[in-house]
Design a protein around this ligand. Structure first.
Ligand SMILES: [Ca+2]
Ligand SMILES: [Ca+2]
Length: 181
């Protein structure tokens, strides 16, 4: 069973994915997002890393298509996206296409020294790439860095992504993984 609060978060996720704002998510949105993430992570001059980031977003599009029964050259409407989130999280399969790709996207693109830990700067860059504004980034960091040491581990990220998609608690820090919930 999903709640209005959860559906509100899935709708927000959809809006951040629909880069061209046409009310659908399509391959070109994921392509644009991948390019934005390459720029936001400072990877434009590093072809191997840029290719890896592109692949994460290409893979994200393919996983979304598989979850919604959409052809990769078609598009996914907002209501279908939200319904797929609800259905796959209820069934437990949502981990593979909503939670894991989010965490992979952050770690692949923004853990620049590959130590499995995101500094506040690295995580801020990911938020900027997602289109989150400066004020919301400050507030997000305050909430997600639970012990205030300026480091976010892979485990923290996994917990936050789980909370973003599953939690009904309005105070769960993971609600903030994509800025103001
Ligand atoms: Ca779109
Ligand atoms: Ca790091």
């Amino acid at each position: 069973m999903s709640t209005d609060f959860q559906r509100q978060k899935y709708t927000r996720r959809f809006r951040l994915l629909d880069l061209d704002g046409d009310g659908y998510v399509q391959e070109s949105d994921f392509g644009s997002l991948g390019r934005r993430m390459i720029a936001a992570s400072g990877s434009a001059e590093d072809p191997a890393r840029a290719a890896e980031i592109s692949e994460v977003y290409r893979d994200g599009w393919h996983r979304l298509c598989a979850a919604t029964g959409t052809s990769t050259d078609d598009r996914v409407a907002r209501d279908d996206f939200v319904a797929a989130c609800v259905a796959s999280l209820d069934s437990g399969s949502g981990f593979d296409w909503v939670i894991l790709p989010t965490v992979n996207a952050v770690l692949t693109g923004f853990d620049l020294d590959r130590d499995g830990i995101l500094s506040a700067d690295e995580f801020s860059a990911w938020l900027r790439g997602n289109g989150i504004g400066p004020g919301a980034i400050t507030e997000t960091l305050r909430r997600v860095d639970r012990d205030g040491d300026g480091k976010i581990t892979a485990e923290d990220l996994m917990t936050m992504a789980e909370e973003f998609y599953r939690s009904n608690d309005p105070d769960a820090p993971g609600n903030w993984i994509l800025g103001v919930p």
